[in-house]
Ligand binder design. Sequence first.
Ligand SMILES: C[S@@+](CC[C@H](N)C(=O)[O-])C[C@H]1O[C@@H](n2cnc3c(N)ncnc32)[C@H](O)[C@@H]1O
Length: 243
Amino acid sequence: MEKEWFESWFDTKYYHILYKNRDYTEAEKFISKLIDFLNPEPDSKFVDIACGRGRHSVYINRLGYSVVGYDLSEESILEAKKHSKKDLKFYTHDMRQIFRTNYFDFALNLFTSFGYFKSKRDELNAIKASARNLKKNGILVIDFLNRYKVINELVTQETKRIDGIDFKISKEIQNNQIIKSINFSDNKKDYFFQESVKLLDLEDFNSYLENGGLKITHTFGNYNLDDFNKNSERLILIAQKIG
Ligand SMILES: C[S@@+](CC[C@H](N)C(=O)[O-])C[C@H]1O[C@@H](n2cnc3c(N)ncnc32)[C@H](O)[C@@H]1O
């Protein structure tokens, strides 16, 4: 069966080149704010779902917490594992499948690591499996794009030169998805990738989260944790496991 876009693109080195500005500095700023807000007990356990190369996991661990990160991308997990130690572990795992049950105090899904699946059933499975990780009253944090800002400020064509590669990027909205097409050449070879993310809004998440036994307690609109509104940079949800 042909691979889905998210199974191949995130596994390439080019994804990491294109998004290299989304680095440890950004992650550390956001995590510092988030930890201040969450105020975890010192022995709290975190799971970083779709952790990529582990930039958030590494920092949370440095702050003294036990962290497990998992991601579908084997290449990213190989990189993340370079940081492994006693209280910081990484695994290749699909977020739609159950990982652990009633184990973690906090589960994180950061930097638009959702909205990739074709079916609502897969999306709900991902939420349910994410929630399954949590102890009762545990907290799930989802950091997603703000659909209103994406629609209002859509840049349809742009070229970004990074590490000597010209990434030609075009974006369009189709069937309530943002489709980002990425064309470039490297070492005389042409490449084409496409990202496709569903433009989910607060209501969509509310319904998935309720179905997964969670209740939204706070909505923030940026990495500074200011309140969410339709012009916000991000949609950041804090939800508590009630079931
Ligand atoms: C936009 S990246 C964000 C990575 C990381 N959270 C960060 O901020 O650097 C999205 C991540 O989701 C992962 N991903 C996509 N589908 C997944 C799935 N079904 N299960 C687990 N991870 C998945 C990708 O491999 C990729 O690392």
